[in-house]
Design a protein around this ligand. Structure first.
Ligand code: 6R9
Length: 635
């Protein structure tokens, strides 16, 4: 019996039970039957949750890119691996076959080696959504270099912080990128970032927008001529199952971003398996995930998951609103997309526009539609179901995280009955539990609690780069022996999960995780600011928006508050990126603090939401009078 594909609900329960009772047999069989290995493992899993020490497929030898590309060549060499849909729809789309992808990745891998990159070196990739991004990632993985992709919307200081944290030797970037009717000058941002990055020796620059840029002698080189000269003969590195594959930074509750480390074999098995099942992937499907490859969703479900299954995957350079709001639907028609995977924030933004934008396109090719990144509200769910999925395509509301590597709780298309706003059931191998405030597991159904996972799965991140203690503290200490997700959830009467949102200091704005701490740090660096606190509040399109409470220094600041608010936002934009800008700024004289000095965000959240009904217990506040003042200032 094979466990790789779940055909119906009964089989789901069978596989699920097997994965809980005999996880080693379950994952061992999947790994053995669906991938090529240089050498088999001795243990399927070896772990100590208290120490946050988790290993899968110990001692196995493998190369993930051999599994993504080389092994498909005999059967699928002329099949399209990547469809590149450019920002401007009048520019021709590219169809890159598995043979061509192989050739491009081998050349790039040789360029990297010639430029001094070898196994274990970190390479920062700061590129727009162009084929070079996929090729660079795969070339790193082929030679065992650890890729650290930084989303091309981050500012110079965010880029330099990430480069320095993992001491990248090289940066791969481009002259710039297209985004709707704008261009973004990526190389200018890299130049500024690198002023503070002594570890970077080389910069490779792809050409995209043909802008004039500075090339620093001895450091910067154009990528194209190097690729032209490179051989397409490349021997892949033999990697250990637990060798790091990549680092991807995610927000945390302190200012420093967390470099989540994913390793090779477990991530490979888990992304391939979840892709195949959740989306009901079949051989001739065309899969389109609209995320940016700079986020985990893009890593796992634009690149690795689809390519591991020999699929055709779309890389979309543009935005949903350019040239008009029908771009997604037009692109689905154009490439006959069968699975479409996007975020609630995009759905809400498009649902607000004229319905004709979507009705113009019959979207008959679609069979499954997905959602990821934040809870999907009921209205958006129905709009997506009625107008995109035509009530015919199941919606897979997939809950997971950068830390989990792949989808954790989600309907399996055509297997799990869906329910609006519910991520439904855990995938095989995933053992979710809800915990109460006393750290006890909550049994039974119709309950709410903090969502934890009590047994390791192959895709879990293994550590935070350079800081295993922080990994332990963040994920394994709140509920000893369990992985704490930072999310709250409820379990309904049949055992379906609904994710209710973050229970920590992370706010999800337009699907982007933003830690409030780094934004506060950035604001506090403004010379006029003494202190600040950021909270999220509900927003129609973005899901959440940011509300900042700012205390100014007592220097007789007489400047116009409006200008100051603009300056503060500019400051945030420069330090973190425009995605972290505040929608509202309120200047206050104090913040509600507990006796131990912690800001009571719960109260600020209520004020930001305009809900003054019940602030709960404020007896531990040092300065309860400030609550009235802030409230009145807002009114
Ligand atoms: C994949 C990804 C993780 C956080 C996660 C949760 C939220 C993601 C969700 C969802 C409700 C869903 N989240 N998917 N909440 N329903 N289907 O988004 O990773 O960027 O690390 O964000 O996103 O709060 O904890 P990441």
């Amino acid at each position: 019996m094979s466990y790789y594909k779940i055909e119906n609900l009964e089989q789901y329960f069978k596989h699920y039970n097997k994965s809980v009772r005999e996880p080693r047999k379950f994952w061992g069989k999947i790994a053995e039957e669906n991938f090529t290995w240089y050498q088999q493992w001795d243990k399927v899993v070896d772990f100590n949750m208290a120490e946050a020490d988790i290993k899968w497929f110990t001692e196995a030898k493998v190369n993930i890119v051999k599994n993504c590309i080389d092994r498909h060549l005999a059967k699928r060499g002329e099949k399209t691996a990547i469809i590149f849909e450019p920002n401007d729809p009048s520019e021709a789309a590219l169809h890159i076959t598995y043979n061509e992808l192989h050739q491009r990745v081998c050349k790039m891998a040789n360029v990297l080696r010639e430029q001094g990159i070898s196994k274990g070196d970190r390479v920062c990739i700061y590129l727009p959504m162009i084929p070079e991004l996929a090729v660079s990632i795969l070339a790193c993985a082929r030679i065992g270099a650890i890729h650290s992709v930084v989303f091309a919307g981050f500012s110079a200081s965010a880029v330099s912080a990430r480069i320095n944290d993992s001491e990248c030797k090289m940066v791969i970037t481009s002259d710039g990128g297209f985004r709707g009717n704008k261009t973004i000058d990526l190389k200018v941002i890299v130049d500024e970032a690198l002023e503070k990055c002594p570890c970077v020796e080389k910069v490779l620059v792809a050409k995209r927008i043909h802008s004039k840029i500075n090339m620093k002698a001895g450091r910067d080189q154009w990528l194209e001529p190097l690729l032209d000269q490179a051989s397409d003969n490349n021997v892949a590195e033999i990697m250990d199952a637990e060798d790091p594959l990549f680092i991807l930074y995610t927000s945390g509750s302190t200012g420093k971003p967390k470099g989540m480390v994913h390793t090779t074999a477990g991530y490979m098995v888990y992304t391939a398996y979840t892709f195949k099942n959740v989306f009901n992937y079949e051989e001739n499907d065309v899969f389109w995930c609209t995320a940016d490859i700079g986020w985990i969703t893009g890593h796992s479900y634009i690149l690795y998951g689809p390519l591991l299954n020999g699929a055709t995957t779309v890389i979309f350079e543009g935005v949903p609103s350019y040239p008009d709001f029908s771009r997604f639907w037009q692109t689905i028609e154009k490439h006959k997309v069968t699975q479409f995977y996007t975020a609630p924030t995009a759905i809400r933004a498009l649902a607000k526009e004229n319905i004709d934008f979507v009705l113009k396109y019959p979207l008959k090719s679609l069979k499954v539609i997905g959602s990821v990144g934040e809870p999907i509200n009921e209205e958006a769910w129905h709009w997506y179901n009625n107008h995109v999925g035509d009530r015919r395509c199941p919606i897979v509301d997939t809950w997971w995280q950068t830390e989990t590597g792949g989808i954790m709780i989600s309907p399996i298309a055509f297997v799990t009955p869906t329910k609006p706003t519910y991520a439904t059931l855990p995938l095989p191998g995933i053992q979710p539990v809800l915990m109460d405030e006393k750290r006890n597991e909550i049994e039974g159904n119709q309950v709410v609690g903090s969502l934890c996972i009590k047994f390791p799965w192959p895709g879990i991140a293994r550590t935070i780069w350079g800081d295993h203690q922080r990994y332990k503290d963040t994920y394994f200490s709140a509920f000893p022996g369990k992985f704490f997700t930072g999310d709250g959830a409820l379990r309904d009467e049949v055992g379906y999960y609904r994710i209710t949102g973050r229970v920590d200091d992370v706010v999800i704005v337009s699907g982007h995780n933003l830690g409030t701490a780094p934004i506060e740090d950035a604001i506090n660096e403004h010379p006029a600011v003494a202190e600040s606190a950021i909270v999220g509040f509900p927003h129609d399109i973005k899901g959440n928006a940011l509300y900042g409470f700012v205390i100014l220094k007592e220097t007789g600041e007489t400047r116009n508050k409006e200008n100051l608010a603009k300056e503060i936002n500019q400051h945030i934009s420069d330090h973190i990126g425009p995605i972290a800008k505040l929608d509202k700024i309120q200047f206050v004289t104090g913040l509600p603090k507990t006796r131990s000095g912690k800001i009571m965000r719960r109260i600020l959240r209520k004020i930001a939401e305009g809900d003054y009904s019940n602030f709960g217990d404020i007896s531990t506040l040092l300065n309860p009078e400030i609550v009235e003042e802030i409230k009145e200032g807002k009114l």
